[in-house]
Every structure is written in structure tokens, then in C-alpha cells.
Design a protein around this ligand. Structure first.
Ligand code: C5P
Length: 215
């Protein structure tokens, strides 16, 4: 049976950076489940389908092919790893991710991937819903302003002109939607190990996690 390491938490907590490093060190596959919801959102933006048009969004999911290759996300065969970080995707993704039928299809794909490989999977509902029996579960958190500062720096490095205050707004609004949605909301799994990264660097957090895994 394959091993699943679930890493959940709010936006900008450092999950994906940490998950990638852990996957590399253990020789596991890293799966960014947020990228899957973002891919659908990006396609909806391109096709001009409103996030509130649930049937339209579900149709997009049904007719889309999402795949990962070499750390890139492929949508219908095209690498869209850069496009899914656009501000318009940030704004719309949580609405789209709140649609139950969208989630059911994404979760199906996530379980299929983990059926073939050992995985480190990051997201919002991996330890609670996708793999409630995951061997290892972590819940990574940090103070909202710290998270926004990190995300702001990333966006600026990518060439986006954006204010810190609007990143704070984006993260808070997504967290709110992710925590209050009806189906599989963002919440710490009872048996997940909580890690606060506010005052820790990536190196320290990675060491903490590896310590638990190797115990
Ligand atoms: O992780 P990231 O911030 O890229 O995720 C983007 C959005 O996708 C989240 O704000 C959330 O709405 C949604 N998401 C989700 N469940 C997951 C991963 C992401 O609902 N497992």
C-alpha cells in the first residue's frame, strides 16, 4: 500500500514549499491539489464561464484533462503552471472549489494518483476528507500578515504589481470561503500535527516534519 503524507492549511502558510522539499527528500511524488482547482478556474476564466454558474463549471471539469508532469500542471496537455497564479484566478478559485461536484471529481483524481505512487499531497481537505487514513498528517498555519507578506513577495518576484493590503484581503477572503463552505471545509484534522510557521523558516519546519516521519 502506498504512503500518503497529507499537508493541509490556509493559503500562504508555506505548505507547498515544504511539501515539495519533503517529497524530494523521500522520493515521493508531490501533488499540489490547489493547482487542480486553479486549473479549472483558469479554464473558466478563459472560457468566460461565471464562477456562480455551477453547471457550466461542472461541464468544464467533465471535459478537462488535468495531469502533473515534472512538477508542472498540464491542462488538456498544455503547461499552465504560470497562468494559474494570476490574480483573477486567486479571486475566483474558492467559489469554484466550493462546488461539491467539482470537489468529488478532483478528489477522485487525487485518490487515483495516490493509488499509483507514494505521495506528499498539499491542500485543504487531504487529511480530513481525501485521505482520512493517511499515515502522516500535518496542519501548517501562520499569522495572516506573515502569510500575506510571503505571498506578496512571490507575486512581486513574478512581476505582478500588487499591494500587500490587497494580498491580505485575498488570503482572508479565500480562507473565509474555504473554512465556511458546506462540503469538506478547511479545518485541522483532529489527528493532524499542527505546525505554526510564523516565526520559523522553511528549513526548521522541514526538519520538524521529517523528525515526526522518521520517529
Ligand atoms: O493551495 P492554493 O492556495 O493554491 O489553493 C487555491 C484554492 O483552491 C484554495 O483557496 C481553496 O479554495 C482551493 N482548494 C481546495 N481544496 C484543496 C486545495 C485547494 O478547496 N485540497
Amino acid at each position: 500500500k502506498n504512503t500518503v503524507i497529507a499537508i493541509d492549511g490556509p493559503a500562504g502558510s508555506g505548505k507547498s514549499t515544504i511539501a515539495k522539499i519533503i517529497a524530494n527528500m523521500l522520493g515521493y511524488i508531490y501533488i499540489d491539489t490547489g493547482a487542480m482547482y486553479r486549473a479549472i478556474t483558469y479554464k473558466a476564466v478563459k472560457m468566460d464561464v461565471d464562477p456562480d454558474d455551477e453547471n457550466g463549471i461542472v461541464d468544464i471539469v467533465r471535459s478537462s484533462d488535468i495531469d502533473f508532469s515534472d512538477g508542472k500542471i498540464l491542462l488538456d496537455g498544455e503547461d499552465i503552471s504560470e497562468q494559474i497564479r494570476m490574480p483573477v484566478v486567486n479571486e475566483r478559485v474558492s467559489k469554484i472549489a466550493s462546488i461539491k461536484d467539482v470537489r468529488l471529481m478532483m478528489v477522485d483524481l487525487q485518490r487515483k494518483i495516490a493509488g499509483k505512487h507514494n505521495v506528499v499531497m498539499d491542500g485543504r481537505d487531504i487529511g480530513t476528507h481525501v485521505f482520512p487514513d493517511a499515515k502522516y498528517k500535518f496542519y501548517v498555519e501562520a499569522d495572516i500578515v506573515e502569510r500575506a507578506k510571503r505571498r506578496h513577495l512571490e507575486m512581486v518576484e513574478k512581476g505582478y504589481e500588487i499591494k500587500l493590503s490587497s494580498v491580505i484581503e485575498d488570503l482572508s477572503e479565500r480562507d473565509r470561503q474555504d473554512r465556511t463552505r458546506e462540503f469538506a471545509p478547511l479545518v485541522k484534522a483532529e489527528d493532524a500535527i499542527a505546525i505554526d510557521t510564523t516565526t520559523k523558516n522553511i528549513e526548521q519546519v522541514t526538519q520538524d516534519i521529517l523528525h515526526y516521519i522518521r520517529r
